[in-house]
Design a protein around this ligand. Structure first.
Ligand code: ADP
Ligand code: MG
Ligand code: ZN
Length: 476
């Protein structure tokens, strides 16, 4: 591997969150019954006329602005011709020669620091339908609900050099899209999908090697696995003196390998041409200004602000800002109890663990930011220990109960009353005359033993600081 370098470029398809399709008024809802959301336009009946959805244009342009791409004030829809049962028109409406946006860039964090990945273009296009192959009958079905759903395709420059960089780029892209609210980023439902182009060359070579394109890998982990497999395969080919063929491959997630789907000879000639039914897309500069004003704070800016304003480590800032809702949750909690690092720790460890376990997003979380902030404040005040805080966290997470009320009802408050603890300390010392004698003879490390006994007797509720003071006083 040492002498080789991978070259990776990604093509991402992101489904836009418009309510209706790109060229008709059919709903884009996921999960409806087969062929429920279909009309003559998206079913490709002859004689119909497509009309572009303005909202899709707005969303595509917002993404372009977020990655500093140039918006072409005029762009052209083109027909990409091919036959497949899920494409009733016999062509997909896409953009080819004059795409909507060009020359963007995305910054990613790598082991070697910040790196810029170039974005060649973003264009608008419609999705195709879906073929469903029955596992019980010898039949296939076609669902056209997805036909005409608006997508943007984001094509990167071949700027990435490892699978880690590719995944970092994808995560950043997804994060930006979701922040903007223009894509829900759901990879399982196919709202965010990616084809990876991979080649390998000897380090120092100026020219790129022959690439293979891996189709539709459906999770970050599989993108990483597929690329790593492909890099290894290319290196083996080169070492064995075999030629690498330019081809399209599919990743088999069960076997962890890529397999040839079609070679260059079978590659489609799509015969692109401008769609005669659609006028050129024109964007007014005044619209761009209006949309720019509507852009939210984006992940990279938020990350920088979290570092500067809250003094968080880069890592924490990255985790907390990957999703806008997590970032909002953090800021709301810090507003109630201004201890950013402590709040960050609770969110990144306990809260995220619970959310992962029940597979929920932070949006529906019953424990609101105020509740979490209160819990941290109660611990800071010494009323309960951090350990008890962690023990009760699961209950609070599930019930959303007010931490103060919960702690009072369960009688969990730390015993900080010297009078009450005094008796417990006496009891423990009386029960362990041997240890007391050893302590007095100089075995000072027995303090830990006494503290342990007292904690056990009080179910962990004794104020450790007070216990230390009482012990020191009594043992002289
Ligand atoms: P196509 O339309 O056939 O997929 P493009 O020229 O649009 O071809 O390239 C698609 C993607 O492939 C882009 O993301 C680009 O960065 C990437 N790419 C091009 N050449 C290489 C290469 N030699 N190795 C890796 N990726 C490449
Ligand atoms: Mg391609
Ligand atoms: Zn329709």
């Amino acid at each position: 591997m040492a002498e080789y370098e991978a070259v990776i470029g990604l093509e991402v398809h992101a489904q836009l969150t418009t309510n209706t399709k790109l060229f008709c008024a059919c709903p884009t809802r996921f999960g409806d019954g087969p062929n429920e959301n279909v009309c003559p336009v998206c079913a490709g009946m002859p004689g119909v006329l497509p009309v572009m959805n303005d909202r899709a244009l707005e969303y595509a342009c917002k993404m372009a602005m977020a990655i500093d791409a140039t918006i072409n004030l005029t762009s052209i829809f083109a027909r990409k011709n091919y036959f497949y049962p899920d494409l009733p028109k016999g062509y997909q409406i896409s953009q080819y020669e004059q795409p909507l946006c060009e020359h963007g860039r995305v910054e990613i964090e790598t082991a070697a620091g910040t790196k810029t990945v170039g974005v060649t273009r973003i264009h608008m296009e419609e999705d195709a339908g879906k073929n469903i192959h029955s596992s019980t009958e010898n039949k296939s079905f076609v669902d056209l609900n997805r036909c005409g759903v608006p997508l943007i395709e984001i094509v990167s420059e071949p700027d990435m050099r490892s699978s880690e960089e590719a995944v970092a780029y994808l995560k950043e892209l997804r994060s930006i899209l979701v922040y903007l609210g223009v894509c829900d980023g759901n990879m399982e439902e196919g709202s965010f999908r990616c084809d990876a182009n991979v080649s390998v060359r000897r380090k120092g070579d100026k020219n790129f090697g022959t690439r293979a394109e891996i189709k539709n890998v459906n999770s970050f982990r599989n993108v990483q696995r597929a690329i790593d497999y492909e890099i290894g395969r290319h290196i083996d080919c080169i070492e064995d003196g075999e030629a690498i063929v330019q081809e399209t491959r599919l990743f088999d997630a069960n076997k962890g390998v890529t397999q040839s789907m079609r070679g260059k000879e079978e590659a489609h000639d799509y015969r692109y041409f401008p769609d005669p039914d659609l006028v050129p897309v024109r964007v007014e500069p005044s619209w761009i200004e209006r949309w720019r004003g509507e852009l939210p704070e984006l992940p990279a800016a938020k990350r920088e602000r979290f570092i500067a304003k809250y003094g968080l480590p880069e890592y924490d800032a990255g985790v907390l800002t990957a999703e806008r809702e997590v970032a909002d949750y953090f800021e709301a909690a810090v507003g109630v109890h201004p201890e950013p690092k402590k709040i960050a720790n609770w969110i990144m460890s306990e809260l995220m663990r619970e959310l992962n376990e029940c597979g929920e997003s932070i949006r529906g979380c019953r424990l609101r930011p105020e509740g979490l902030a209160k819990l941290v404040r109660i611990i800071d005040s010494g009323a309960i220990s951090g350990k008890i805080g962690k023990q009760i966290f699961g209950d609070l997470f599930r019930s959303g109960e007010d931490p103060e009320a919960y702690i009072a009802a369960k009688g969990l408050a730390q015993i900080s009353d010297a009078g009450a603890l005094d008796a417990v300390v006496d009891e423990v010392l009386a029960a362990c005359p041997g240890e007391v004698a050893r302590y007095k003879a100089g075995e000072k490390k027995l303090t830990g033993f006494f503290v342990g006994q007292i904690m056990q007797k009080t179910k962990g509720q004794a104020n450790p600081k007070l216990v230390g003071e009482l012990l020191a006083a009594k043992l002289g």
